[in-house]
Design a protein. Structure first.
Length: 65
């Protein structure tokens, strides 16, 4: 009886671990192009998604002085 309970507990722990690993792999594959892998909670992601624009001077002759 005691051995059966231990096997059930071990089976539950292993099943939960496999399910969690599968979920993390699924999320990683689903967000391959996203550097944060689908994380929505950090300011770094918003900074990474902002377009990098360089401001050019209106008159390029002024920069050559």
């Amino acid at each position: 009886m005691r051995d059966e309970i231990q096997y059930v507990v071990i089976a539950i722990v292993v099943a939960v671990a496999v399910a969690y690993a599968g979920w993390r792999i699924y999320r990683a594959l689903r967000h391959v192009a996203d550097p944060c892998y689908g994380c929505e909670g950090c300011a770094l992601k918003a900074a990474k998604q902002r377009p990098k624009t360089k401001k050019c001077p209106k008159n390029l002759a002024d920069t050559n002085n």
